[in-house]
Design a protein around this ligand. Structure first.
Ligand SMILES: [Zn+2]
Length: 486
């Protein structure tokens, strides 16, 4: 375990690879600890731990996470009525759960289960420490749940770590392009603005992206000259494309970190071309403290296993490396409302069980697929992966924005926002129909022209939005066909 650290400010093979400047040092040793003290979090302490644990031998990591797992299982059994009941029903005792491999003895936890058992899922001893969070307006089934400051600290620390993989240090100037909170009051907003100033990041709202906004953002990016840009994939792509199309000067940060949304290859290529820096794809969530992110070798998504145990399953069966399945997350730090085997709604495949070329020993996903509602379902129950549609649409001229919307199986509505000079739409419609027919001849296609695509409350833009894909845990293999691959 010793001997990996490359000295202060560099932190081994996965560190930022450069010396910190005075503001980086101030941030790490004064500013961030100050905000930790104000909020009662321990982000920096956790960050320093995660910087070391990422190099531990795999056996040490597993021993560590299994111990945390046993603690949270015991806690759930003792203080969470829902889990006490589950254990009783299955004739299980906490002692039966020794390692991550034992998790399969417990049922998968779905959003419906959480809603139906909400009160019983709150810890009788730690529920009072819970902070209420919400997610997922986009599916029409928003989820409300509790988290703790401890869990949030681990989550933030894991994000600092993935930033470091991208070469970014605390205190580096950054621009964030994502959604703002609707539920925020003025006092909180002022606090956030001040905090942003001190931590040296600027937030650009990704909820509304029209011509005027894009022009403003391009000039803000140019003026600020950020060391990093972080945001949702599609706004990042839109800004990059706008800069290119209008021949505007582009900033050249050290890295762009794409988050929350599925990042398509054509988006990555455009962003890298315009900003002339690598893109790091990051996956996180609010329900658990998991961060999964690319390292500088870009060979997969390293998991913050110190925070969250990840299983890949089809139905009740855990599947092996390389096989695509549902992600089941067990958070190791949320004592207010423990989530054990939570089906977050995304699909992934575990990478080979070996150390990556980067020197980081954290296990990694080899594949990470979009949310379940990205899949379009045909009448015979075939799932068409969301990636199909951007491939289909990307070379069509005159389309400013689009969304593939599905209310019922077997039919689909192509929503289009046209550029001002789009001209006739007949040949475009014909092309789209032909392309879809190549893969799903029985899919009924309708067109709808709109002034703008409605953005869900979460701010995450979805290319494909299906209300018919539902819970597909019974047949996850249907999405692994070659549809949409180019
Ligand atoms: Zn790696």
């Amino acid at each position: 375990m010793k001997g990996h650290d490359g000295g202060p400010g560099t932190y081994g093979a996965a560190g930022p690879g450069r010396k910190p400047d005075i503001y980086n040092l101030l941030s790490e040793h004064l500013i961030y600890p100050f905000f930790d003290a104000v909020r009662g979090t321990r982000n920096i302490k956790r960050f320093n731990f995660l910087r070391k644990s990422q190099y531990w031998p795999r056996e040490d990591l597993e021993r560590y996470t299994d111990r945390l797992l046993r603690d949270i299982i015991r806690h759930a059994y003792d203080t969470v009525p829902y889990y006490h009941r589950i254990f009783k029903e299955r004739g299980l005792k906490p002692e039966d759960m020794r390692t991550a491999g034992d998790l399969k003895k417990l049922p998968v936890l779905r959003k419906e289960d959480i809603k139906a058992n909400w009160k019983d899922m709150v810890s009788t001893t730690h529920g009072g420490q819970g902070i209420e969070y919400r997610t997922g307006g986009s599916t029409g089934t928003p989820l409300r749940f509790l988290v703790t400051k401890d869990m949030l600290s681990w989550g933030s620390a894991a994000v600092y770590r993935i930033m470091e993989w991208a070469g970014i240090m605390l205190g580096d100037r950054g621009v964030l392009i994502w959604g703002s909170n609707f539920d925020i009051n003025e006092k909180k907003s002022l606090y956030q603005r001040i905090r942003g100033r001190i931590k040296r990041y600027t937030i650009l709202d990704a909820f509304i992206l029209n011509e005027e906004r894009l022009r403003t953002y391009a000039s803000v990016l140019h003026d600020i000259r950020p060391r990093f840009i972080r945001g949702y994939a599609s706004p990042l792509y839109m800004v990059a494309r706008y800069i290119e199309e209008n021949g505007l000067p582009a900033p050249h940060p050290l890295a762009v970190i794409s988050t929350s949304e599925k990042l398509y290859d054509f988006q990555r290529e455009k962003i890298e071309e315009v900003f002339q820096c690598p893109v790091f794809d990051h996956y996180g969530g609010r329900e658990t403290s998991l961060s999964a992110s690319e390292c500088r070798e870009h060979h997969g998504y390293h998991l913050s296993v110190e925070n969250t145990i990840v299983e890949i399953a089809r139905g009740d069966e855990v599947v092996g490396p390389g096989e695509l399945g549902e992600m089941l997350l067990t958070d190791l730090h949320n004592r207010a409302m423990p989530f054990i085997r939570y089906a977050v709604g995304d699909l992934a495949a575990m990478g080979p069980d070996e150390k990556g070329p980067c020197g980081i020993s954290l296990p990694f996903l080899s594949r990470l697929e979009g949310r379940l509602h990205h899949f379009i379902v045909t009448r015979d129950g075939t799932y068409i992966p969301g990636e199909f549609f951007p491939h289909m649409m990307k070379d069509l001229e005159g389309v400013r924005e689009y969304q593939v919307y599905q209310r019922n199986r077997g039919e689909v509505e192509i929503r289009l926002v046209l550029a001002g000079d789009a001209g006739s739409t007949d040949s475009m419609e014909e092309t789209i129909r032909e392309r879809i027919a190549m893969y799903a001849p029985d899919l009924e296609v309708r067109f709808r022209y709109m002034d703008s695509i409605p953005v869900p409350e979460s701010g995450k833009r979805l290319f494909t939005l299906s209300e018919a894909a539902g819970d597909m845990s019974g047949s996850p293999e249907t999405n692994s066909g070659g549809v949409g691959e180019s």
